[in-house]
Design a protein around this ligand. Structure first.
Ligand code: G3H
Ligand code: ZN
Length: 273
């Protein structure tokens, strides 16, 4: 049951699918432990920013794949927010079953052309592709919760690119540390009714538990959460270090961070249903 393709998780999910970002090994093991405690499948995702942090995709991807293979629940490993096509190709060759190619900063026609080429390559290798239309803000630290994806453009975009899932702008923004994003639930319902592939909510750290439930109820399928887990991790490490200022063994405080992430993942998977 361990390592599966994301399609297997998303298409069989009766509720929302939690997709959580891995930065270091502790995130991967914590997220899987949280999913096991919840008895739910989960997606481990590695962003291009995390790849930049490590200097390469391979170490973090192979570690995440290994953690997934040992899991007691279905786990998919996904490349998140890739803007570099060479990185997508590397992910495919390393055995990741899905990628997000993010050309949302490009004008729509260029986004369509670049994404369609990535889809052709990935589909030839059996790899699932998520893309984004209507740029979800906050990737550069500038919050832009006002962006919106237009349903008719989303339908046209999916038809022309052949993507398997679509990230849409419905009121969230990346990297929020407060939960006050206001979701456009009517638009989520409209998009879910019109778009023939699963919808993805990015920037979900800024969304309250009640609004996450509403988003899923209105048709959101894959829910991406990163900052919220980093906040939990860092808060627990900070608390441990304050309580034991002489600690030297990094396992002691990293374990505190890891346990905090596990608890949050179990909680969030319960919220998503
Ligand atoms: O792709 C990753 C997510 O959109 C995470 O966003 O850090 O705001 O939760 P977040
Ligand atoms: Zn995102």
């Amino acid at each position: 049951m361990p390592l599966v393709g994301i399609a297997e998780i998303v298409h069989h999910a009766k509720a929302g699918v939690g997709a959580f970002n891995v930065i270091q090994l502790e995130h991967a093991t914590a997220i899987v432990a949280g999913a096991e405690a919840a008895g739910a499948p989960v997606v481990l995702q590695i962003s291009e920013n995390a790849v930049r942090y490590h200097g390469a995709l391979e170490p973090v991807a192979l570690a995440s794949l290994a953690v997934a293979r040992r899991a007691a629940v279905p786990v998919a490993v996904h490349l998140d927010h890739a803007t570099d096509r060479a990185l997508v190709e590397e992910a495919v060759s390393l055995g990741l079953g899905s990628v997000m190619f993010d050309a949302s900063a490009l004008p729509d026609e260029e986004n369509v052309a670049a994404t369609a080429e990535v889809v052709a390559h990935c589909h030839a290798h059996g790899v699932w592709v998520e893309a984004e239309l209507g740029e979800v803000g906050g990737k550069d630290g500038v919050h832009a919760p006002g962006a919106r994806t237009k349903p008719h453009e989303a339908v046209d975009y999916v038809a022309r690119t052949g993507v398997d899932a679509l990230a849409v702008a419905v009121g969230t923004s990346h990297a929020m540390t407060t939960k006050d994003a206001v979701l456009d639930l009517a638009l989520i319902a409209e998009l879910a009714a019109a778009v023939p592939v699963p919808l993805v909510l990015h920037g979900s750290s800024g969304v309250s538990d009640d609004n996450l439930r509403d988003a899923v109820r209105h048709g959101m399928k894959k829910i991406n959460i990163a900052t919220h887990l980093n906040k939990a991790f860092t808060g627990a490490v900070r608390e441990y270090l304050a309580g034991d200022p002489k600690v030297v063994d990094s396992r002691k405080y990293l374990k505190a961070g890891r346990d905090a992430v596990t608890r949050e993942v179990t909680h969030l998977l319960g919220v998503l249903g």
